[in-house]
Design a binder for this molecule. Structure first.
Ligand code: THU
Length: 136
């Protein structure tokens, strides 16, 4: 489904968050904007490390920051990513981030991404990660 006005606004926030990306190793800058149930938006960016494995994706940065602020209910997440210095291109959440989304969000949680055709589209978490692992 293509994004409407509200989702496009969230994508604009993700584009702003992307400016804060720390990605000297991959030069792939990602921003995320998480719309919480209370209407607030929490931003995240990817943060890399010289020893690589401690790096964190923009989506998880936003979710972890929101949880640390006492928020656990979320409506939607927009992701903007692409090579640093270029406009955002197609960028879908990695598998680890999808699993973290599934920790807090239901299958109808909206994930807003730019697709290969350059359009902003809405996917659901259920589409991105069907039959996710859960201990709860
Ligand atoms: N990255 C994200 O932040 N989100 C994604 O959905 C995919 C990848 C980051 C991780 C790393 O810093 C860089 O992009 C290249 O993989």
């Amino acid at each position: 489904m293509l994004a409407g006005a509200e989702e496009m606004k969230l994508m604009e926030e993700a584009v702003k968050a992307r400016k804060r990306s720390y990605c000297p190793y991959s030069n792939f800058a990602v921003g995320a904007a998480l719309l919480c149930e209370d209407g607030t938006v929490v931003l995240g960016c990817n943060v890399e490390s010289g020893s690589f494995s401690p790096s964190n994706c923009a989506e998880r940065t936003a979710i972890f920051a929101a949880v640390a602020q006492g928020k656990r209910k979320f409506r939607a997440l927009a992701v903007a990513g692409g090579n640093q210095g270029e406009a955002p291109g197609p960028c879908y959440p990695c598998g680890v981030c999808r699993q973290v989304m599934a920790e807090f969000c239901s299958n109808d949680f909206k994930v807003i991404c730019k697709n290969e055709e350059g359009q902003v589209e809405i996917l659901t978490l259920g589409e991105l990660l069907p039959r996710h692992f859960s201990l709860l």
